[in-house]
Design a protein around this ligand. Structure first.
Ligand code: R5P
Length: 310
């Protein structure tokens, strides 16, 4: 494979710059322009011909803007005769749209995967898809990393002698169990039903949390609806203390402030999506070293799964 060429859209320039520093490669310039009729145009301002091109763009809010930017950059790379184009999508927002659980609804996770392929993507590097089967929506190879190593590294510095890991729902229980195994802890899970984007019910917790120091683990905190509902159940069941961890910290609707104002001891997330807000209770762990190592391995044709096993 020829030379590597790394570009970024406008979604998360800080993460892209950090990945490039880790890789020891320059972040090449991209011109993004909006016309009077609101259409976008992307120009990759460095040679792509026969290069191994990586385009970094999480689908963070505004999701639709960032998605179209990525599609246009993919089209530009293909049109510029790139040898291979990998989309590095640390946060694939549409992964939550992964099933037909109501009549006549769209399945965005699959549609956006198809759009990426139509736009010229040859490979996708992503992190913690909402459910593992979303991987199968893509008809090109996907390297699906997780952030359990980073999150576990953080909690290893804490006193875990009385701790238990709790997943808000059974869907994420497998990942929570993998995280708990890394820390040598037991695991519990909530029985959760989502009624709407802003309403969830957790009717029971399967596993023992009474008197324990709980670490809640979820893939994403968006509005925080799930976490707040889980906090209520954990308090009712007599948890001694509660820390909150997730991969994708979106914190919409002031969720960070609300969560920090509650009795949680700490909030931990990664930088897969940009985060403006700060709080003394919040720790943001970087996934740039993991993504840079995966990019290097993809470029060199080495195994990625052996590094980031599930
Ligand atoms: C949903 O099933 C996910 O695993 C997360 O629990 C969800 O994305 C969190 O969203 P919110 O914070 O708005 O409840």
């Amino acid at each position: 494979m020829r030379e590597i060429a790394v570009f970024s859209g406008s979604a998360h320039p800080d993460l892209a710059a950090e990945i490039c520093r880790e890789l020891g490669e320059p972040l090449l310039p991209v011109r993004l322009q909006r016309f009077a009729n609101d259409c976008l145009e992307a120009q990759l301002q460095s040679n792509c011909r026969e290069r191994d091109v990586f385009l970094i763009q999480p689908l963070s809010p505004p999701v639709q803007e960032h998605l179209v930017e990525l599609l246009l950059m993919l089209d530009a790379a293909r049109g510029a005769s790139a040898a291979r184009v990998t989309a590095v999508i640390p946060y694939y927002a549409y992964a939550r749209s992964d099933k037909k659980d109501m009549p006549r609804i769209s399945i965005g996770g699959r549609l956006i995967a198809d759009l990426l392929v139509t736009s010229g993507v040859n490979r996708v590097l992503t992190l913690n898809l909402h459910s593992p089967q979303v991987h199968g929506f893509f008809s090109v190879p996907v390297d699906h990393l997780h952030a359990l190593r980073e999150l576990a590294g953080h909690f290893r510095q804490r006193d875990l002698s009385n701790a238990v890991v709790v997943s808000p729902d059974l869907g994420y229980a497998k990942s929570a169990a993998a995280f708990a195994r890394r820390l040598g802890l037991p695991v519990a899970a909530g029985a959760k039903e989502r009624v709407s984007d802003s309403e969830v019910h957790i009717t029971a917790i399967i596993g023992d949390v009474a008197g324990h120091d709980v670490i809640i683990l979820d893939d994403e905190i968006s509005r925080g609806t799930t976490v707040f509902e889980l906090l209520d159940r954990l308090r009712e069941q007599g948890a001694r203390s509660i820390a909150v961890a997730c991969t994708h910290g979106l914190f919409a609707d002031n969720a960070l402030d609300k969560l920090a104002a509650s009795d949680v001891t700490e909030i931990v997330c990664t930088n897969t999506a940009p985060l403006e807000a700060e709080h003394p209770k919040l720790t943001v762990l970087s996934v740039a070293p993991a993504l840079a190592e995966a990019i290097r391995r993809i470029h060199d044709g080495e195994s990625v799964s052996s590094l980031f096993d599930h």
